[in-house]
Ligand binder design. Structure first.
Ligand code: 5GP
Length: 209
C-alpha cells in the first residue's frame, strides 16, 4: 500500500536575525520535492540578490496589476515598497501534488491560513536565547547602537506571535533545526486527514489496499 497525501503549505517564520534563510535552504536542498514560494517585491535588488531566487523583482505598475487581478495571495507595504506572494505558482504546485514552503511574517501567515483552511502547517523558529539573538544581530556588523536596539525590540514583538504557530523549533544549530523542520513535514504527511481518497464515498481503511 502506498499513501498519498493532499499537499499542504508549510509557513516558516522567525524574528529578524533568527537565521531563517539558512535553515530553509538546508530543508529545500534535502527535500527537493518541496516547492519554494519566491515573494515578489518592488524594492531594488541588493548586491548578490538574484531575480527569481531571492525575490521576483517587479515594477510598481506590475505589482498593482497583480493586486487588481487577484494574483497575490497576501501582500504588505514596508517602508514604501511592496511585497507579496504570487498565487498561480502555488496553485500549480498543489495541483502537481507538491508541498510548498513559504517564508513569511505573522501577517502573511494569517492570510495564507485564511486562504487555505486546514491545508497549512506553521513553524516558528526561536532563537536559543535573547542574548544569542543580540549576538547574531551584532555579527551581521550592520546593526549598532540604536538600530540594534530597534531591531531587538522588533524581534521581541515578533516573538509575541509565536503562540499562534503549530510548531516551535529552536534554531541553535542549523543542521539540528533543519532536521526538526523535516521531521515535522514528514509527520504531517502521514496524518490520516491529509490522505487522498474519493471524497464522495465513505472510505474504510481496507479500501486503501
Ligand atoms: P527585505 O526587504 O529586507 O528583504 O524584507 C523586508 C520585509 O519584507 C521582511 O520583514 C520580510 O519578512 C517582508 N516580506 C518579504 N516577502 C514578503 C511577502 O511575500 N509578503 C509579506 N507580507 N512580507 C514579505
Amino acid at each position: 500500500m502506498e499513501l498519498r497525501h493532499r499537499p499542504f503549505l508549510i509557513v516558516i517564520s522567525a524574528p529578524s536575525g533568527g537565521g531563517k534563510t539558512t535553515v530553509k535552504n538546508v530543508v529545500l536542498e534535502r527535500m527537493p520535492e518541496i516547492a519554494y514560494s519566491v515573494s515578489a517585491t518592488t524594492r531594488k535588488p541588493r548586491e548578490n540578490e538574484v531575480n527569481g531566487v531571492d525575490y521576483i523583482f517587479v515594477t510598481h505598475e506590475k505589482f498593482r496589476e497583480w493586486l487588481s487581478s487577484g494574483e497575490l495571495l497576501e501582500w504588505a507595504e514596508i517602508y514604501g515598497e511592496f511585497y507579496g506572494t504570487p498565487k498561480s505558482p502555488i496553485m500549480k504546485w498543489l495541483e502537481e501534488g507538491r508541498d510548498v514552503l513559504l517564508d513569511l511574517d505573522v501577517h502573511g501567515k494569517r492570510s495564507v491560513e485564511r486562504a487555505f483552511v486546514g491545508r497549512t502547517v506553521s513553524i516558528f523558529l526561536l532563537p536559543p536565547s535573547m542574548e544569542i539573538l543580540r549576538e547574531r544581530l551584532l555579527d551581521r556588523g550592520t546593526e549598532t547602537g540604536e538600530v540594534l536596539e530597534k531591531r531587538l525590540r522588533l524581534a521581541r514583538s515578533e516573538m509575541d506571535h509565536a503562540f499562534e504557530y503549530d510548531y516551535w523549533v529552536i534554531n541553535d544549530e542549523v543542521e539540528a533545526a533543519a532536521q526538526e523542520v523535516m521531521n515535522i513535514i514528514r509527520a504531517e504527511r502521514q496524518k490520516s486527514n491529509r490522505l487522498i481518497y474519493d471524497e464522495f464515498h465513505e472510505t474504510k481503511i481496507l479500501d486503501f489496499y
